[in-house]
Design a protein around this ligand. Structure first.
Ligand SMILES: C[S@@+](CC[C@H](N)C(=O)[O-])C[C@H]1O[C@@H](n2cnc3c(N)ncnc32)[C@H](O)[C@@H]1O
Length: 298
């Protein structure tokens, strides 16, 4: 749906989040990636004994929409317009010491993809922006203009798992010498020209991986997840549950390794929890979701 209508983001693995979180009466929970509030709404509706859900969201547009949607829960919902990397500082600010559980539904929201002017998608021509939060300084256009060929290739290869990373980076550096690359359409056309037609993927757009890689770099997604995982033990109460939902193999690896190597976590899911076929049929985005769960261990 476009920016004119009611924005919808169907939350993934909601039933599984509720099951693993097993909320306690009077408990206080954090939704680290509030988005449009789908998981928070489910927690507050289906678990009437939860005292409070504190939702972190760094995108003002999403935060405002979620606040409107969740207004009827009154003081049971608290909005924190900040990055989840500020978890400890923000909880201190609102006077919360420990929480009983945390969910993070990583990745991009449908709001970002639907609002073409935010520059996340190659489907519509728009400024090459891709910032999830208005507080981020560097846009995708700036990265494309300023990074060296080797840095661009690294980003495309590591964050996008793009095999043609070097070739695409070379094309970009050649092209930007002639004319600045400001828009999503310019970048998509350039990637399409850089990759020989015989290597164009059949199931996805040829620029999908490059766009994904730039989005991850602009928003420092992997660094932020690492920070969240190291901040969480300072706020989780004994036996509190942390549910991490990822959509990218590197994200999933970061979560798996952080849970495994920390004495402060007890891993509850040896293998990641995945969506049922029924859920995937109704919401294809759920296909790549992987949830790992750990409990705070003292
Ligand atoms: C997949 S969506 C969450 C959707 C949400 N569960 C729902 O049901 O509507 C991810 C959200 O996390 C937000 N986000 C990503 N990184 C963040 C960060 N470091 N701090 C706060 N919010 C973040 C994004 O802006 C986006 O709105």
């Amino acid at each position: 749906m476009g920016s004119g209508g009611r924005e919808i983001h169907v939350p993934v693995l909601t039933r599984e989040v509720l099951y693993w979180m097993s909320p306690v009466p009077g408990g206080v929970y954090v939704d680290a990636t509030l988005g449009l509030g789908g998981h928070t709404e489910a927690l507050l509706t289906l678990e009437p004994d939860i005292a409070q859900v504190i939702g972190f969201e760094w995108d003002s547009d999403a935060a405002d929409l979620a606040a409107e949607r969740l207004a009827s829960f009154g003081s049971r919902f608290v909005l924190v317009k900040a990055s989840y990397t500020q978890l400890r500082e923000e909880l201190d600010r609102i006077g919360v010491d420990r929480i009983n559980g945390l969910v993070a539904d990583l990745g991009v929201s449908s709001l970002h993809l639907d609002r073409s002017e935010r520059g996340f998608t190659f489907k519509v021509d728009a400024p090459l922006d891709m910032r999830m939060s208005q507080d981020i300084a560097l846009t995708a256009a700036i990265l494309v203009a300023k990074l060296s060929e080797a840095e661009l290739a690294d980003i495309f290869y590591h964050y996008g798992e793009e095999r043609q990373a070097r070739r695409i980076a070379r094309f970009i550096v050649e092209a930007r010498g002639k004319e600045p690359i400001h828009t999503t359409a310019q970048l998509a056309a350039l990637v399409s020209r850089a990759i020989p037609v015989k290597y164009h993927p059949k199931k996805i757009h040829v620029a999908t991986k490059v766009f994904q890689a730039l989005r991850i770099a602009v928003n420092r997604e992997f660094e932020n997840i690492t920070k969240l995982l190291s901040a969480a033990p300072q706020v989780l109460a004994e036996d509190a549950t942390m549910c991490m939902i990822s959509f990218h193999s590197i994200e999933d690896r970061i979560v798996k390794q952080a849970f495994a190597k920390s004495d402060e976590f007890q891993v509850m899911t040896k293998k990641p929890v995945q969506a049922s076929q029924e859920e995937i049929t109704g919401n294809p985005r759920a296909r790549s979701a992987k949830m790992r769960v750990a409990k705070r261990h003292f």
